[in-house]
Design a protein around this ligand. Structure first.
Ligand code: ADP
Ligand code: MG
Length: 251
């Protein structure tokens, strides 16, 4: 298997012979994947292939049964303070925005830095406002999530994750719950982030994003990495039958 994107990059996330079962279901099967610092890896594949489980394993929302996952050379901690620290270093953006409904946009973004990072409130607020400006919702800071569109809420969710200064950002189908006209505004923020050098794992079928911002596409099916390549090669010349079949359905 080629390591297209990691050439010349320092490894940041390393999955080594990772297996996971849900009961009888072998949901991750011998996953070997190294994500380099600054690399943008797009994970694509049919529903049920294990993409979300892979993301959740990287920030240890799921345990694994075999193999190792390391972040910046350190194995993922099992529990306690070290696990909370790890979660702070791995930002995650889900399909559903998961903002706190009874807190303002600004409070949503400040919460992690104040509670987990123990930042002084004034510093956290300054930084939160900068991040909200960066994702284009600075003028909505005092509103509540329900007063924003889905696209705006998802951009707040991105700002909230960034406020923790994560080493890597995981995106699990961040635009699949959005109305079509809001997809681009979220993808634009993600492209901007990628250009800024953020290490990203992005589960998405948005090919435009993969081609613009992706260094590598990882194609999963039935819990396995079936194929990985540059976005151009993957979309233009898929090698496996599984990938050809999948692309014929989504293109
Ligand atoms: P994807 O994100 O690629 O759609 P998932 O990682 O969500 O795939 O799921 C992979 C497989 O694991 C699916 O068959 C799914 O039904 C199953 N699965 C996911 N989470 C659980 C769980 N908590 N318990 C049991 N099975 C699960
Ligand atoms: Mg999923």
């Amino acid at each position: 298997m080629t390591d297209v994107g990691t050439v010349g990059r320092e490894p940041l996330v390393a999955l080594d012979h990772v297996d996971k079962w849900f009961g009888q279901l072998h949901v991750l099967q011998d996953i070997n994947l190294v994500i380099g610092r600054g690399e943008v890896v797009v994970v694509i594949g049919p529903s049920g292939s294990g993409k979300s489980t892979l993301c959740r394993a990287i920030n240890r929302l799921e345990t694994i049964d075999k193999g190792t996952i390391a972040l910046d050379g350190q194995p993922l901690p099992q529990e306690g303070k070290a696990l909370a620290q790890l979660r702070a270093e791995v930002g995650m953006v889900f399909q559903s925005f998961n903002l706190f409904a009874h807190k303002t946009i600004l409070e949503n973004v400040m919460l992690g830095p104040v509670k987990v990072r123990k930042q002084p409130k004034a510093d956290a607020e300054k930084r939160a406002r900068e991040l909200l400006d960066r994702v284009g919702v600075g003028h909505q800071a005092e509103k509540y999530p329900a007063q924003l569109s889905g696209g705006q809420q998802q951009r707040v969710a991105i700002a909230r994750a960034l406020a923790m200064e994560p080493k890597v950002m995981l995106f699990d189908e961040p635009t699949s719950a959005l109305d079509p006209e809001m997809i681009k505004e979220v993808l634009d923020v993600m492209v901007d982030l990628a250009r800024g050098g953020m290490t990203m794992v992005v589960v998405t079928h948005e090919m435009g994003f993969a081609r613009t911002a992706g260094d590598r596409v990882v194609f999963m099916a039935d819990g396995r990495i079936v194929e990985e390549n540059t976005p151009e090669e993957f979309f233009d010349n898929p090698r496996s039958e599984r990938a050809k079949d999948f692309l014929s359905k989504i293109l």
